[in-house]
Write a protein of this length. Structure first.
Length: 154
């Protein structure tokens, strides 16, 4: 019988940091609400959730790194909404925020969850912020709880 390790979907005793971008706030506020609601409904004490607002998704990795390096958090959740415009700026922002968030987790060992929606249009973003495609903020919160508890086992 193999030794199987898996995390739990429970936030009791977890301290969570959330970095959320203000750009496309109409969307990111819904992602934040989904994340906090999910954490709360899985026994996370809201007093153990810290939220940092940044201007846009490009700024997320820096603040996520500061949170992770503080060693105050069992996981850091990164929330944003990058919606394609009429130039290539979308590609640069998406590339840097995704690479940056991944690097924070690998460099610090703190689960750093990518909850940034990257969409072709506003409709797709709305679908992923609490309507027909669910709430990516809620999904990120679930991943944060699972990863935080899993890493405690190693
Ligand atoms: N177009 C979007 C941005 N752009 C702003 C950048 O994220 C950054 O804040 C700026 O370049 C200054 O460094 N940000 C988003 O979060 N979503 C977008 O759709
Ligand atoms: C993702 C973006 O940076 C984008 O919203 C900016 O729009 P544009 O490419 O039209 O300047």
């Amino acid at each position: 019988m193999a030794n199987v390790f898996e995390g739990y979907l429970n936030g009791k005793d977890l301290k969570i940091g959330i970095v959320v971008a203000r750009f496309n706030e109409f969307i990111t506020n819904k992602l934040l609400g989904g994340a906090i609601d999910t954490l709360r409904r899985h026994e996370t004490d809201e007093a153990n959730i810290d939220v940092a607002w940044v201007p846009g998704a490009f700024e997320i990795p820096l603040v996520a790194k500061k949170m992770a390096e503080s060693k105050k958090y069992d996981a850091v959740i990164c929330l944003g909404a990058v919606i394609r415009g009429s130039t290539s700026h979308y590609d640069y922002v998406c590339n840097e925020v995704s690479k940056g968030v991944a690097q924070v987790g690998l460099q610090t060992g703190v689960p750093t969850i990518f909850g940034v929606v990257t969409t072709e249009n506003i409709e797709q973003a709305i679908e992923r912020a609490g309507t027909k495609a669910g709430n990516k903020g809620a999904d990120a919160a679930m991943a944060a709880m699972e990863m935080a508890s899993l890493l405690k086992k190693f």
